[in-house]
Design a protein around this ligand. Structure first.
Ligand code: AMP
Length: 214
């Protein structure tokens, strides 16, 4: 299974990627998660990335391309991968094509998750995440059993810095300008499947699985 999950912030890429890794046994490669881990660890990469992430801008292409090249070269990606949050620009998509060619890997399937803008803002502003295990929650649609505490590992839930309304609007703007053109890019290559991202995570998962297997 080689797949890319495409879609705006809040479309459910991370949630679906986690469910897909369990079903297909291939690693989730999330550039957002890798960058947040670098920020938390205070590495030079993290320090640089934070200046972009906090204002909802994209981290420069050459930085994220380098991260993905290293990650896809690791042994666990030989049997496949689920890319979540990458590529986000046409330059990244082209670099990915070159990388896969070099690795002799097959072309990925691309699933585009479609969710309208007001729903995205609602989802992102109510989103809470466990920094310890990555489990996602939502204050209304998927609250934890105990407020502020992760059901899975007991970690203290946080709101991401960039999940505040002003930054959310900026991220959606960046998505429309930089990332949405990838839908046409992959459509032209015959790799794209479009999936309705509305509804329960389980329902969306059934649609995504069908799109990937069909
Ligand atoms: P995400 O968790 O995918 O929403 O990513 C959070 C933030 O990390 C984004 O708003 C960007 O600042 C940065 N980021 C993640 N993936 C990429 C990427 N492929 N290209 C550029 N910046 C990225």
């Amino acid at each position: 299974m080689q797949a890319i999950l495409l879609g705006p912030p809040g479309a459910g890429k991370g949630t679906q990627a986690k469910m897909l890794t369990e079903r297909y046994g291939v690693p989730q490669v999330s550039t957002g998660d890798i960058l947040r881990a670098a920020v938390a660890a205070g590495t030079p990469l993290g320090k640089e990335a934070k200046t972009y992430m906090d204002r909802g801008a994209l981290v420069p292409d050459e930085v994220v391309i380098g991260i993905v090249r290293d990650r896809l070269g690791e042994p666990d990606c030989r049997k496949g991968y689920l890319l979540d949050g990458f590529p986000r620009t046409v330059a990244q998509a082209e670099a990915l094509n070159r990388m896969l060619k070099k690795l002799g890997a097959p072309l990925p399937r691309v699933v585009s998750l479609e969710v309208g803008e007001e729903e995205l803002v609602k989802r992102l502003s109510g989103r809470r995440t466990c920094p310890a295990c990555g489990e996602p929650f939502h204050v209304e649609s998927h609250p934890p059993r105990v407020e502020g505490i992760c059901d899975k590992c007991g970690g203290h839930l946080i709101q991401r810095e960039d999940d505040r309304e002003e930054t959310i609007r900026r991220r959606l703007q960046v998505y429309r300008k930089e990332t949405e053109p990838l839908i046409g890019y992959y459509q032209n290559q015959g790799l794209l499947k479009t999936v309705n991202g509305l509804g329960e995570a389980g329902e969306v998962f059934a649609r995504v699985s069908r799109a990937l297997e069909g």
